[in-house]
Design a protein around this ligand. Structure first.
Ligand SMILES: [Fe+2]
Length: 432
């Protein structure tokens, strides 16, 4: 059964999307990869990936949301290697009860009060039906991000990654992001199926491309989605665009401030992170057969002569669509996250396709605070140090420029809102 009642009017991508002024440059990016790895390697990878996708899509259609592991905060220490391996392979999971419910409910009340008191000064997106609030330093965000239990989860998730260079650590850094309060009954189309952490740079930045070398060289089965030694140097912000985060997030996450079920402004995910990523990366090198079964990958023609990277726009996140990425069978394979309760968290790998559902047919606001697991890497340290300076000045973080001077808001706590010494450390105090 498809996850969504009706496929929303999310954009479809076509060859016509390539801007004339950048066509030659885009062709050059493709040619460079073909020159490095060769047609045969790309073809081998394409066939293997589509075969693997066939199995995965069957599984996603059969299992739906129940495929997403659901864990309790209190049990994190007791997970065995097999369970962790499964979490890594899927790349997404719920961790329940990270913040105790009463605490979240009282924090949510305080957040609503804070927003009410400062209505005139706070901007939210989209303008017509505000849902995403561009504020970063509310007392509530500070308390939740820096909560002892939340920091513990962040560290636990950073440890899913490994780094043979030893220049990184799993100590969590606080990447300040916005928050969402989505009213019921309003549709929201802004976030169709996409992947964050840059878009075109996955093919063009030499360090980012290295992360995916096994895929391009014909062995997608050897791709390791958790190699921080490679990933730490990838430049996610190689192209300008407000959609790109500068920092590397081991996992993106939502912390639920209210309860929310599927069809209530919830999130959809595409599990099995490495396979979907391999497909996305290889897709620009092949064109569908003019006749016959489009799902037969062996009939697709190798072609690196155009400048089309489907769903890829320099300034935006990486998007996918039903027509441009047919083997993903998005309509059937995007799965809802399970019901969320206040204080629960959902986590997804930084390479994972995700979408925010357009519908919210619940009765109450659906609210989440965006909090990621962000390890200590040289790039992240650099950003967090500048973020700290912005925080001290009440300004928005560097990735979210152009917002409010929050230090002027009623109820603003600034440094007094940092809940503990560990939270201070994560905010970047003491970084050299
Ligand atoms: Fe996203």
């Amino acid at each position: 059964m498809p996850a969504l009642n009706k496929w929303p009017q999310w954009p479809e991508f076509s060859l016509a999307d390539v801007p004339v002024q950048s066509e030659e440059r885009m062709k050059g990016y493709k040619k460079a990869i073909v020159a490095e790895h060769g047609e045969q390697s790309l073809r081998n990878a394409w066939i293997k990936t589509c075969e693997r996708l066939e199995k995965i899509t069957q599984q996603l259609i059969t299992e739906g949301s129940s495929i997403i592991p659901v864990l309790e905060y209190e049990n994190l220490e007791n997970l065995d290697d097999e369970e962790k391996q499964r979490m890594k392979e899927l790349g997404c999971f719920v961790i329940r009860g990270v913040i105790p419910q009463e605490e979240v409910s009282s924090q949510y009340k305080s957040l609503k009060g804070y927003i009410d008191s400062n209505k005139e000064s706070i901007s939210a997106w989209p303008e017509a039906n505000p849902a995403v609030y561009r504020i970063f330093w509310t007392p509530t965000q500070q308390a939740i991000r820096g909560h002892m239990r939340h920091l513990r989860v962040q560290k636990f998730l950073n440890e899913f990654w490994h780094d043979s260079s030893q220049v990184t650590s799993s100590d969590p850094l606080t990447y300040a992001d916005a928050l969402r309060i989505r009213p019921p009954g309003k549709e929201f189309y802004g976030l169709g199926p996409h992947i964050d952490a840059g878009s075109l740079c996955r093919w063009t930045d030499p360090f980012y491309r290295k992360v995916y070398e096994n895929i391009f060289s014909g062995s997608p089965e050897d791709h390791d989605s958790y190699d921080l030694n490679l990933r730490k140097d990838a430049n996610q912000a190689a192209f300008e665009g407000s959609a790109h985060s500068t920092v590397f997030r081991a996992f993106q996450g939502w912390t639920a401030m209210t309860a929310a079920k599927p069809r209530e402004g919830s999130l959809l995910l595409y599990p099995y992170v490495s396979v979907a990523m391999a497909y996305l990366l290889l897709r620009p090198f092949f064109t569908p057969p003019a006749q016959g079964d489009i799902m037969d990958a062996s009939r697709w023609v190798f072609s690196a002569d155009d400048g089309w990277f489907p769903g890829t726009h320099e300034e935006d996140s990486q998007y996918v669509s039903r027509e441009s990425h047919p083997h993903l069978r998005l309509e059937q394979c995007l799965v809802y996250i399970p019901d969320m309760r206040p204080g629960d968290t959902i986590w997804w790998h930084c390479d994972m396709i995700h979408a925010v559902e357009t519908e919210h047919s619940g009765k109450d606001d659906a609210s989440v605070v965006y909090i990621a697991a962000t390890p200590t890497t040289p790039t992240n340290v650099h950003y967090i140090k500048s973020q700290l300076q912005n925080f001290l000045a009440g300004k928005p973080p560097g990735d979210f420029s152009g917002g409010t001077d929050e230090s002027k808001l009623t109820g603003y706590l600034g440094e007094k809102g940092i809940p503990s010494a560990d939270a201070r450390q994560a905010m970047g105090y003491g970084l050299s």
